[in-house]
Design a protein around this ligand. Structure first.
Ligand code: HEC
Length: 378
């Protein structure tokens, strides 16, 4: 027993010394790699294709500065195409920061655009949103063209098209491209309200002016055309009139509660004035599917006898799917009768509700909604 103990300790000693030695080697190697990178950055003229040993130093060095501006600087200056996958990852992770956009730019400079587009094709929705943000932020000719085809391509989903609009609005060149698409009448009709809302957010009076006449909002009562969104936003409504519309002909209270009043199908609007800006409220009413609230996605169930039910998902177990229908009815469907169960892109909130009101009443409705805030909040 004792002998085994000594042998084990002895082995450990050797192993530990070994690892101390290699840590020192690593530090020395790292210092050497850093010196090599410095020199290469100064000289620039050395062909790294022909000097695999130097290239490996650079790659090791990059491994130590991953996710930093230095990584971008070195990868770009020394044309390290192996850096493209890491840069794409960084761009996705940091898509809301200048570092993420800068990483995307370096991907282009290293000729990695095809890889970036295929990351989009293979990515989930979150990844796609991030990449469109990066492409929008880069805003060069190639990215603007790509976003413009995402927007107009028949195969794109509504969510992707909306992303493309947001992406294009992210740069001056993209905005020009978007104006071109809209003026040529190529913007899909279902995106007009959403785009009008995004243009408001972009907060560029010039853009607003150029686009106002070209982005048609849907008709209100008596088939009267609505004025452009920017004009609606300048008007002020009457809170009392808005309240009457909400609980009356607007039919809003059939699906929404305010305080204790109304029916709870969609989200409670008791504090909606603190959540949404006025332009977002107009978009919510005129085009409910532009932004479907989380947990309020519409599901469709087709039963084996061919009945089709549409509603919000209350719960789903191995035995039972429970849906809340648009009229507030709750239906339980045993899973053995379910032929198809699918999430929809469209909101359960119907489009065309503004047809029950005039433009003034719509403005008043939004005025009323903006007053709905937590107690004590101005
Ligand atoms: C048939 C039911 C139904 C009717 C009628 C309805 N809504 Fe909705 N509404 C919903 C559902 C479901 C959602 C959540 C899904 C979504 O965001 O589209 C929603 C979402 C909203 C939102 C966004 C809420 C948030 O938290 O972001 C607003 C604002 C809104 N409705 C206002 C109205 C107004 C104003 C009316 C009347 C003009 C109205 N709704 C009529 C079902 C309805």
């Amino acid at each position: 027993m004792i002998r085994i103990g000594i042998v084990v300790t002895g082995l450990c000693l050797v192993a530990c010394l070994g690892s101390v030695g290699s840590a020192q080697d690593d530090a020395a190697q790292a210092a050497k790699d850093a010196r090599i990178v410095e020199t290469l950055l100064r000289l620039r003229s050395i062909d790294l294709e022909a000097r695999q040993d130097l290239r490996e130093s650079v790659l090791r060095y990059l491994g130590t500065v991953q996710g930093t501006p230095r990584y971008l600087e070195v990868a770009e200056a020394l044309h390290i195409s192996e850096a493209v996958p890491s840069l794409i990852e960084l761009a996705i992770e940091q898509s809301e920061t200048p570092l993420g956009i800068a990483a995307g730019r370096v991907v282009f400079r290293l000729g990695g655009d095809a890889q970036l587009y295929s990351a989009y094709g293979e990515g989930n929705e979150e990844t796609q949103v991030a990449l469109v943000r990066v492409l929008g932020g880069i805003g060069n000719q190639a990215t603007s063209e790509w976003l413009s085809s995402l927007l107009t391509d028949e195969g794109s989903t509504r969510a992707q098209r909306q992303q493309a609009v947001q992406g294009l609005l992210g740069s001056r060149r993209g905005q020009e491209t978007l104006v071109g698409i809209i003026e040529a009448g190529q913007l899909p009709a279902e995106l007009e309200v959403f785009t009008a809302g995004e243009v408001e957010k972009a907060n560029s009076p010039e853009l607003r002016e150029r686009l106002a006449a070209n982005l048609d909002l849907p008709e209100t009562a008596d088939a009267q055309p609505l004025p452009p969104l920017s004009e609606l936003l300048e008007r002020r409504g009457d809170v009392e009139v808005g309240r009457t519309v909400f609980f009356g002909k607007g039919t809003c209270a059939n699906c929404h509660v305010v305080g204790l009043e109304g029916k709870e199908v969609g989200p409670a609007l008791t504090e909606i004035g603190a959540k949404l800006s006025r332009d977002a409220m107009f978009v919510s009413i005129l085009d409910p599917s532009a932004a479907v609230s989380h947990n309020f996605e519409t599901f469709v169930v087709e039963t084996i006898d061919g009945e089709i039910l549409q509603g919000l998902k209350v719960s789903e177990t191995d035995e039972l799917v429970t849906l809340k229908l648009a009229d507030g009815q709750v239906r339980e469907i045993p899973t053995e009768f379910v032929d198809l169960f699918q999430k929809q892109e469209l909101s359960l909130m119907p489009t065309g509700l503004q047809k029950n009101m005039s433009a003034d009443e719509l403005v008043s409705l939004v005025e009323y909604l903006s007053t709905l805030k937590p107690a004590g909040q101005p």
